[in-house]
Design a binder for this molecule. Structure first.
Ligand SMILES: Cc1ncc(COP(=O)(O)O)c(C=O)c1O
Length: 378
């Protein structure tokens, strides 16, 4: 078998229907959406149709969607935009220890500007306790930011419970839904959020496009000042091309049924690994996490070495190489995963195109390459 792609949490291929919808914008629809003449009309219409597709997926109004360059910008906009708007009333931010760097780094940046940030701990499955959020609230809390689903281990946070607490205290609530949109339901009123991040390339749209849902009445200082694009919230001529990519991907993601097959495939994969490796494998994350994510540790081994031995398999490790030293990922460290288990973590993330035959081939490769006789670190 040739190349096998099991890294959908890193990025997805662009869906053929998304490519088809984008094509006219590459060819003839070149006008500036803001120009107000014949060349801009179709570009503006395509942009606004795309916005309504994104809004429909989240069950919100189109004017609550701001297109961004991706998940990182949406997170930065939510966090810095709130801080710059509300800092006189509240400079305290509550977040978690397992957020993506696109949340943690803006928080650390704002600490240099006077913000105080609480990084809530997680349990062994990667979940935070909603009561810990309540306990962390102070009269100066201006924002709570808790990711919907974790990119490394797939753990889903109890967003509804946290948002109820945020609402009780009238505190703005942001969730980074870059990994959950298109995999599980993400309706903003059910979740109870004021701000929600989307990243196109995690849901079969191109890279370089994302969106931030901004509930009506929530004001955010823009990150990019300039002309009045996106209702004055993000300056810069909009890319109708990329927005149509995201909008079409969101329209496709309305149907979550393909995720049932993906979940069954992931569950079969995990069962097979347990059968073959017994207590030499351990699951990282919550058993009821994202349907496509399997983060599994090969105990006593190093994840990068396992991946290096797999021929043509694209997946990620749970550890990162810093200054020549392999270090446990901060997410696994926050979950309290011991080093000898966490270092052997591999994240397999499946998607719409993953086949039964591909999973069988990976199981066979793992079994033959990690047979006890060739395991060197056990
Ligand atoms: C949870 C999460 N948030 C944010 C991002 C950043 O998104 P982007 O790559 O579109 O900037 C990612 C991508 O890895 C992610 O997994």
């Amino acid at each position: 078998m040739g190349s096998i792609y099991l890294d959908y949490n890193a990025s997805t291929p662009i869906d053929p229907a998304v490519v088809a919808a984008m094509r006219p914008l590459l060819d003839e629809t070149f006008g500036n959406p803001s120009s107000g003449h014949w060349a801009s009309t179709p570009a503006k219409a395509a942009l606004e149709k795309a916005r309504s597709h994104v809004a429909a997926l989240l069950s919100c109004e189109p004017d609550e969607i701001v297109f961004t360059s991706g998940g990182s910008e949406a997170n930065n906009f939510a966090i810095k935009g709130t801080f710059f708007t509300l800092r006189d009333k509240g400079e305290h931010i509550i977040t978690t220890a397992v957020e993506h760097p696109a949340v943690l780094a803006p928080c650390r940046f704002l600490e240099r500007l006077g913000a105080t940030v609480t990084y809530l701990p997680v349990d062994a499955t990667g979940r935070i306790d909603p009561e810990a959020v309540r306990g962390a609230i102070t009269p100066r809390t201006g924002l709570i930011s808790v990711m919907h689903a974790n990119n490394e281990v797939g753990t889903i946070q109890p967003i509804e419970e946290i948002s109820a607490i945020a609402r009780e205290h009238r505190i703005r609530f942001h969730t980074d839904a870059a990994q959950s949109v298109g995999k599980i339901p993400t309706k903003v009123d059910t979740l109870g959020v004021d701000l929600l991040t989307i990243a196109g390339h995690k849901l079969y749209a191109p890279k370089g496009i994302g969106a931030l849902y901004v509930r009506r009445g929530v004001t955010l200082e823009p990150l990019i000042h300039g002309a009045g694009h996106e209702q004055g919230r993000r300056a810069g001529t909009e890319s109708a091309l990329l927005s149509v990519g995201l909008g079409t991907a969101c329209a496709l993601a309305q149907d979550l049924a393909p995720m049932n097959r993906v979940r069954a495939l992931r569950d079969r994969f995990w069962k097979a690994l347990q059968m073959r490796f017994g207590n030499r494998v351990a699951l990282n994350g919550h058993a009821d996490g994202l349907p496509n994510t399997l983060n599994v540790s090969f105990v006593g081994m190093v994840g990068a070495e396992i991946l290096a031995r797999l021929d043509g398999v694209a997946a990620s490790t749970g550890s990162a190489c810093h200054a020549g030293r392999v270090e446990l990922s901060p997410v696994l460290a926050a979950m309290g995963v011991p080093e000898e288990i966490g270092m052997g973590a591999v994240r397999f993330s499946l998607g719409r195109q993953t086949t039964d035959a591909e999973i069988d081939a990976v199981i066979e490769q793992l079994t033959s390459t990690l047979h006890p006789s060739v395991v060197t670190h056990a």
